[in-house]
Design a protein around this ligand. Sequence first.
Ligand code: NAG
Ligand code: NAG
Ligand code: NAG
Ligand code: NAG
Ligand code: NAG
Length: 377
Amino acid sequence: MKSLYRFVIIFLCIIGVIIVLNISSHSSSNKKNDEDSNTEIISNHRDPRARGRLKKESMEIINQEVTICVVVCGDRLDESLTMFKSALVFTKKLLKLIVIAEDDLIVAFDEKLSEWKYLTNNSFTFVLKPIQFPNNSDASMWKRLFKPCAAQRLFLPALLNDTDAILYVDTDTLFLAPPELVWDEFKKMNSTQLAALSPEHEDPNTGWYNRFAKHPYYGKLGVNSGVMLMNLTRMREFRWTDYVIPIHKEYKLKITWGDQDIINIIFHYHPERLYIYPCRYNYRPDHCMYMSVCTNAETEGALVIHGSRGTFHSQKQPPFRAVFRAMQQYQFGTDKYENLFLPMQSYLMMDDNSHCGKVWKVFIIQPEIYIGNNFIN
Ligand SMILES: *[C@@H]1O[C@H](CO)[C@@H](O)[C@H](O)[C@H]1NC(C)=O
Ligand SMILES: *[C@@H]1O[C@H](CO)[C@@H](O)[C@H](O)[C@H]1NC(C)=O
Ligand SMILES: *[C@@H]1O[C@H](CO)[C@@H](O)[C@H](O)[C@H]1NC(C)=O
Ligand SMILES: *[C@@H]1O[C@H](CO)[C@@H](O)[C@H](O)[C@H]1NC(C)=O
Ligand SMILES: *[C@@H]1O[C@H](CO)[C@@H](O)[C@H](O)[C@H]1NC(C)=O
């Protein structure tokens, strides 16, 4: 009898211990959930769906932060802010923005980007740097040889020595889709390739390099450098800046387009180092002003437009100005469908007589996917 009692008591004790353990592990996992949701609130991504996703993808985001870099001089402040606005409008990831600017522009960037950071619930971080050339090369001569903005980008591997990779864009570009779609092209590059660019032209009859260049250039028609994925780690390994100075010495009298020509010359001698993406990653007036030559943009829409030839600010090719205008007018915190998509569409439809106006769908296909629906915004 006694041993039966003892058995029952021991049995009850064991059950008691199990229950206690269970409760305490439960409550600690509750605490952990609370902590998770706290970090989620702190990270405070702007739309609630993205917030849920953020938690799942947080590791991925840390590994694949999309870094956009721009070099700004002179009167390009407003233009480059509009470019950043377009990136922030479409992105679903945390962006890192790097601005390298003339000293007197830094304060203006700081003010505007801080305001936007607040309005977009901290959906990006930014770094401001003055234009600067590395001291260890004889690069101080660059300031004299080139306009400072043009030369700066060639030295980014040295200047951004703690950054692995960037998406470099000219100030006169606009995103029409999430910038991470461009960034994803890094995954398609093999281990030799240190940059990605799109061709300067699609059609030899209107190409510039094949008809006029007096220096070597990449491939059949050269490359345009306005939208450039740069793996800075690989560029440093390749000793990129060591190529720049001798090439400049040799070709300086034959160069027309500054840094873009130097990039073309380097990749002429090292074509295996360059990955080429299609024209819809860097859609320019040249793709439509004579006739439409960028067929992948006609079917799938441009991802990034590049208002070269001043087309964001003139009436020469109205669709470029139309998109710029709509983006410039959009205010963060207001409805993207009502206040961005609809105006963009109506500005685009005002013109269909210019050559580029004939293919205006190129400019609206991607925005329609991301902001063209009242219900998903
Ligand atoms: C930022 O978060 C607040 C509160 O969660 C929300 O009301 C607001 O709409 C958000 N802003 C944007 C731009 O998503
Ligand atoms: C280069 O030299 C200048 C003046 O000699 C100095 O102010 C600057 O910090 C130096 N830059 C770097 C990257 O060391
Ligand atoms: C990067 O550059 C900064 C200043 O230009 C210098 O102080 C730092 O040591 C450099 N870091 C590396 C890893 O070379
Ligand atoms: C850049 O190249 C380095 C070295 O090959 C690699 O580790 C890194 O993942 C690359 N970065 C991107 C964004 O592809
Ligand atoms: C990467 O691609 C280029 C161009 O197709 C090729 O020349 C190079 O050998 C490739 N590198 C590797 C490591 O496969």
